[in-house]
Design a protein around this ligand. Structure first.
Ligand code: IPE
Ligand code: IPE
Ligand code: MG
Length: 256
């Protein structure tokens, strides 16, 4: 076994090759992190919000174009009310406390999901920071909140049906582009890498359409333990993949 690379060496290696344009993270394992320490699940969520801060900062410094964090799924409303309440409070604190960091670093904050279900005390500061940061162009940070990939596809289909009924969209004009223009991720770069923490091997309703050709990086690390080093490891893993999009290796090498 060779020594693991230092964080600086790893960073230099990652920066020497093309980065994925858009990274999505299924931030999982907060509850288990807390339970392993005999603490309340909410303590894991609290520690998880520190990871959000660290990973966002590291992503911005590396020059990632877009980072999408799965923070709360449409299905997570089914958790015990006290946990849902605690998560909403942490989200509110995050939005209020990160305002300066987001603005000072030129980050555009965006949100996708069924945002009308988010309580006003969270939604209002979120919408405010979203409007305030709309002109920032260093990185787009998207929070997936009350988000579900199936829910997004249903909303897109309803939109298409309405336009068809109004006579403004013809069946023959429905192609990949027409669909992507009506998804919540409209305008974001193509999703190229999805990371899931905590050892689970499923997508749990995250960006279902967008995942079509994304590379997956699965790690046993629990989200509260995930930081810059783990992000660099995921990016390095991505950079070692051969993305064939249905073609053969030979075709890719010869450009045929
Ligand atoms: C991820 O951690 C955070 C959310 C889903 C909101 P979990 O709360 O799912 O943690 P585990 O999976 O129970 O460990
Ligand atoms: C997925 O994690 C949702 C988020 C990370 C926000 P879950 O912990 O809710 O996923 P399942 O229930 O294990 O599939
Ligand atoms: Mg979980």
């Amino acid at each position: 076994m060779t020594d693991p690379l230092s964080i600086d060496a790893l960073k230099a290696q990652v920066l020497a090759r093309p980065l994925p344009r858009h990274v999505g993270i299924i931030m999982d394992g907060n509850g288990r992190w807390a339970q392993l320490r005999g603490q309340e699940r909410l303590e894991g969520h609290r520690k998880g919000s520190d990871s959000v801060r660290n990973v966002t900062r590291a992503s911005r410094r590396l020059g990632l174009e877009a980072l999408t964090l799965y923070a709360f799924s449409a299905q997570n409303w089914q958790r015990p009310p006290a946990e849902v309440e605690g998560l909403m409070e942490l989200l509110r604190e995050y939005i209020v406390n990160e305002r300066a960091e987001i603005m000072d670093n030129g980050i555009r904050l965006h949100a996708i999901g069924q945002l009308d279900r988010i309580p006003p005390r969270v939604r209002e500061p979120l919408e405010e920071l979203r409007a305030l940061s709309a002109g920032n162009d260093k990185m787009t940070l998207t929070l997936a909140l009350s988000y579900g990939g199936r829910e997004e596809i249903v909303a897109m289909t309803q939109q298409i049906a309405r336009e068809a009924a109004a006579g403004t969209l013809k069946a023959d004009d429905i192609d990949f582009t027409a669909i992507e223009q009506r998804l919540w991720t409209q305008g974001l770069p193509p999703l190229e890498l999805v990371v899931r923490t905590s050892g689970e091997v499923r997508v749990s309703n995250f960006l279902l359409w967008q995942l079509a050709y994304a590379e997956l990086h699965l790690t046993e690390t629990l989200w509260p333990d995930f930081g810059e080093r783990e992000l660099l490891i995921a990016l390095d893993d991505f950079q070692r993949r051969e993305r064939r999009f249905g073609k053969t290796s030979t075709q890719l090498r010869t450009g045929a």
